[in-house]
Design a protein around this ligand. Structure first.
Ligand SMILES: Cc1cc2nc3c(=O)[nH]c(=O)nc-3n(C[C@H](O)[C@H](O)[C@H](O)COP(=O)(O)O)c2cc1C
Length: 223
């Protein structure tokens, strides 16, 4: 698959079929993604992969915790700093488009809560990934993890699989750390669903827009 085709075909999938993904294929995707660059080649990515009973246990524990306790967000690192423009408008647009496809009316808090909870079921994807990184590496470790995740998503797409990166998983990092036995020395940065898209689900028709080049790039010294 040409890299541009993979980039254009990849999008966040929020409803998966139950079809399992063979372990060898998951391993191949993760290994290929490790061709990603990292600052001074530290290769700090740690990936905790769950399927079957391990996946089910993680889901059950996080959902049970979520029913009774507030999110852990912010206790380890600040996921969302003060929301400001132009980011706020982009977030709102995504939310509006997604909830409209899901048929959830604005202000329906209960339905919102349930839908956000789908993150913690990996949107039914048979494979869940949790990414962690050594705390000592600071912000550059987050950069490296992000690059690895994007490479992984493209490699998965090139092999006919779909993904959704899920920052939602760092809302309940304390439960995830306990269940997956992730050391205190590592930040739980993000989660990801991996599997085959349910092509019949309206939410998967969501197309998120991109800002024009001029809004984020500046050029100097070309003439
Ligand atoms: C770091 C990161 C965290 C994300 N967290 C979530 C999440 O928790 N739940 C979710 O449904 N989508 C999540 N997304 C998906 C984004 O909403 C999505 O990438 C964005 O809207 C662009 O859409 P696209 O991926 O379809 O191109 C996340 C994406 C990234 C890169």
């Amino acid at each position: 698959m040409h890299i541009d085709d993979a980039l254009r075909a990849r999008k966040s999938i929020r409803a998966f079929r139950h079809d399992p993904v063979p372990l060898d294929l998951v391993k191949e995707i993760l290994e290929t993604a490790s061709l990603s660059p990292s600052g001074t080649n530290v290769q700090p990515w740690k990936v905790h992969v769950v399927a079957g009973e391990a996946r089910q246990k993680l889901i059950e524990e996080v959902l049970a915790h979520r029913e009774t306790s507030p999110a852990d967000a912010g206790a380890e690192f600040t996921r969302v700093s003060k929301r400001k423009e132009p980011f706020l408008s982009r977030m709102r647009k995504l939310g509006k488009d997604m909830y409209s496809l899901l048929g959830i009316p604005k202000g329906d808090q209960a339905a919102n809560w349930r839908q956000w909870g789908r993150n913690y079921e990996f949107f039914d994807a048979p494979v869940g990934l949790i990414f962690s990184v050594d705390k000592d590496l600071g912000p550059m470790g987050f950069v490296d993890i992000g690059i690895y995740m994007q490479t992984l998503m493209l490699v998965a797409k090139s092999r006919g699989l779909d993904t959704c990166a899920q920052g939602a998983w760092n809302n309940y990092w304390s439960v995830t750390r306990r269940i997956l036995d992730i050391p205190e020395e590592e930040y739980i940065v993000c989660g990801m669903s991996l599997g085959y898209a349910d092509e019949t689900a309206p939410v998967n028709t969501l197309v998120s827009e991109r800002e024009p080049l001029w809004s984020f790039a500046s050029f100097r010294g070309f003439d």
